[in-house]
Write a protein that binds this ligand. Structure first.
Ligand code: HDE
Length: 700
């Protein structure tokens, strides 16, 4: 065993190991290795130890960070289509399809749109072999000038099930069996065939699955299909049904089953390697995009429902029209960053492409976003380079885990009128150029089709606001008006204050007047109302004060009883008992938590100390004080505040004669809510005295 402290793992070939070639990805100018924090690493071979043979030191941040990161390198694999291989390329349209679709990528002959295509098997895990008998995924992400369009298809034109709700069952049945964890990447087992045998709608797909289609020789020699019926929509809003086809330039080629099995042993990565090598060689895989286009009339006449994903339309019945080609000419730079993190979603469509009511497709529209959140861990997965659109994007979605964008300014909502303050306003919708869904009036005739319209019956925004305000007790009205004045006084954008006032005029001109007066502003004209507000019969149930839900009771309320040395024990006891008898909760508050020594020398412990138990904690207060104590407490801020707040908060104040000095100091004026300590206090303590309010504060 070597005990030499000088030994180093790379001692023998240090020169060779330290030659540097700048990387394509993140790198330092001089090729220096750093930590994730940018700290230069001095030794990537030996960890920090206390002595050559001693324990490893926790402070070795380079070691800890490196292992920490390594421990978290994996993300959940796809629940289906886990094993995949992908490549970059482009789609080139042959001639303009403007008569059938307004989709930008189909307008200008010869124009190329970047694509990223991922091929996959369905059942096997990420590390399974390339050549099981299985359906192949054929997912294309078009990075168009109008946003990303994902055509997430398979190499078979039909599917196992008609409704999305059966998908988890289908997938559970084909994946390795739940108890034993095998077979991997194989449909030849009990549970799959059990399910299939109970699922007659799968029969057509099973024919395909058992055919040579599920043994493709290479990705480059298989067809791709959008499977569902989609729509193409032209600039005039006319919809044409479409089924998408990818036709391989090299034609179709499959393997023999025996061959596929042997390939799996000889080269588990047969198709991934094939894709890589073709592109390396410059033999770029190529497909032509074909469309089967048809209208409602054809759909009606066709013997099967065009919304049924277990059916195809034979090319002999409806020819495939070739409209462009797709070439894959560049391998991803990094398998994880691109192939693993690419997030396809059938709901990603562009103007000119639209959905149908195919129930399987509709189910998929929900599913894929969920899966991305689960796999990539954040709603910001669209910011990953492979998922980000290559056209400009802007919206008010903000924050979230792993947010990498740093939006400026405070416009994170709309509508806003920040432009009037010379601030950035952020982006806006546009009904002309924005995506609009095909209305599909026929399919949804009873609801009038798919629209983004608010019904006329939702137009009245003011009448019930008026009803509410006018139904309130006048004290509540004053509170509401004052709250408006307070809030708007904090608003520095004058045009916003004016706009709120003009809305208030619709609610109630008198309210607008009160708020305007509180702001020192003029009352503006009423804002334009979608429906003219009307006077409704007032609803007393809407008010709190004097409304049907007002209760005058001590039940469930608490009374703070302020006591001090020299207080009368009998008085304290009497008021406490009376509160309890009325189902209230008495709380003794004293200058010291240890309690007080009463007039007769008795010790009474306190429940709370004055400074930490202000009157805001109670629904009413009682003062049981000797004249001397009251006098002394006039010099105690917490005591004065105790009483002043109770008065200002319109609470009942019961006081004995001795408390007068403190009442006076707190500015308490006699009213119905200021009582002695007897029955009148217990009665008063069950409510607040709003009639006092004009004497204690100015309200709008
Ligand atoms: Fe998928 N499918 N799928 N699927 N699918 C996924 O999304 C799902 C269906 C297809 O290379 C998942 O990101 C439901 C039909 C491909 O990354 C998941 C239903 C077709 C890929 C999902 C279907 C497909 C997926 C798993 C029934 C052919 C791989 C990981 C309504 C037209 C894309 C992921 C890639 C991937 C759900 C049915 C094709 C779980 C619920 C039909 C090619 O979201």
């Amino acid at each position: 065993m070597s005990r030499s402290p000088k030994f180093s793992a790379d001692a023998g070939n240090a020169g060779e190991l330290h030659q540097r070639v700048p990387a394509k990805g993140p790198h330092t100018a001089d090729g220096h290795l750093t930590t994730n924090q940018g700290i230069r690493v001095s030794d990537n071979q030996n960890q920090l130890k206390s002595g050559a043979r001693g324990p490893v030191l926790l402070e070795d941040f380079a070691l800890r960070e490196k292992i920490f990161h390594f421990d978290h390198e994996r993300i959940p694999e796809r629940i289906v289509h886990a094993r995949g291989s992908a490549a970059h390329g482009y789609f080139e349209v042959y001639k303009s399809l403007s008569s059938i679709t307004k989709a930008d990528l189909f307008q200008r002959p010869g124009e190329k749109t970047p694509v990223f295509v991922r091929f996959s098997t369905v059942a096997g895990g990420a590390g399974s072999v390339d050549t099981p008998r299985d359906v192949r995924g054929f997912a294309v992400k078009f990075y168009t000038q109008e946003g990303n369009w994902d055509l997430v298809g398979n190499n078979i034109p039909v599917f196992f099930i008609q409704d999305a709700i059966k998908f988890p069952d289908l997938v559970h049945s084909v994946k390795m069996e739940a108890d034993r964890g095998f077979p991997q990447a194989a449909s030849a087992h009990d549970t799959f065939w059990d399910f299939i045998s109970l699922m007659p709608e799968s029969t057509h797909m099973i024919m395909w699955a058992m055919s040579d289609r599920t043994l493709p020789r290479s990705f480059a020699t298989m067809e791709g299909f959008g499977v569902h019926t989609f729509r193409l929509v032209n600039a005039k809003g006319k919809s044409t049904f479409v089924k998408f086809h990818w036709k391989p330039k090299l034609g179709l080629q499959s393997t023999i089953w025996d061959e596929a099995v042997k390939i799996a042993g000889a080269d588990p990565d047969f198709q991934r390697r094939d894709l890589f090598e073709r592109i390396e060689r410059g033999d770029y895989p190529e497909w032509e995009l074909g469309l089967q286009l048809f209208d409602e009339e054809f759909a009606e006449k066709f013997e099967f429902d065009i919304l049924d994903a277990t059916k195809l339309i034979p090319e002999e019945v409806l020819p495939v029209r070739i409209v462009g080609r797709m070439v894959l000419d560049r391998m991803p730079d990094n398998f994880f960053a691109e192939t693993e993190q690419v997030a396809f979603c059938p709901a990603n469509i562009v103007p000119g492409v639209d959905f149908t009511n195919d129930p399987l497709l509709q189910g998929r529209l929900f599913s894929y976003l969920d899966t991305q959140k689960s796999r990539l861990g954040t709603a910001n997965f669209h910011q990953l380079p492979i998922n980000a659109p290559k056209c400009p994007m802007a919206n008010f979605q903000r924050d979230g885990m792993m947010q990498t964008l740093v939006p400026k300014g405070r416009a994170n909502y709309e509508p806003n009128s920040l432009v009037q303050a010379g601030e950035e306003t952020g982006p806006r919708e546009c009904p002309v150029t924005g995506f609009s869904n095909f209305a599909d009036v026929d399919a949804a005739s009873d609801t009038g089709g798919k629209v983004r319209i608010r019904p006329e019956s939702f137009a009245d925004h003011y009448s019930q606001a008026r009803l509410f305000f006018r139904s309130l007790h006048e004290a509540e009205q004053a509170h509401l008006a004052s709250a408006m004045v307070f809030e708007l006084s904090k608003v520095q954008l004058e045009h916003v204050r004016v706009r709120v006032l003009s809305n208030l005029v619709n609610v109630d001109p008198a309210l607008a007047q009160r708020v305007a007066a509180g702001l020192g502003a003029a009352v503006p004209k009423a804002s334009a109302a979608a429906a003219k507000p009307i006077d409704l019969e007032l609803s007393p149930a809407l008010r709190i004060i004097d409304g049907p839900m007002q209760r005058e009771t001590l039940e469930g309320r608490s009374v703070g009883i302020l006591i001090a040395d020299g207080s009368d024990a009998a008085e304290i006891e009497a008021v406490s008992k009376a509160v309890v008898a009325a189902k209230g909760r008495p709380v003794l508050v004293a200058p010291r938590v240890g309690g007080v020594k009463t007039k007769g020398g008795k010790h009474i412990p306190a429940d709370g100390q004055l400074a930490g138990t202000p009157s805001i904690m109670f629904d009413a207060v009682a003062l049981v004080l000797s004249p001397e104590a009251a006098q002394a407490l006039t010099k105690e801020g917490a005591a004065v505040q105790f009483v002043m707040d109770a008065f200002g908060h319109l609470k009942a104040i019961g006081a004995n004669a001795g408390a007068k000095a403190l009442l006076d100091k707190a500015g308490v004026e006699l009213d119905e809510g200021v009582t002695g300590l007897g029955k009148d206090f217990i009665r008063a303590a069950g409510r607040r005295f709003f009639e006092r309010e004009p004497n204690v504060r100015t309200l709008a």
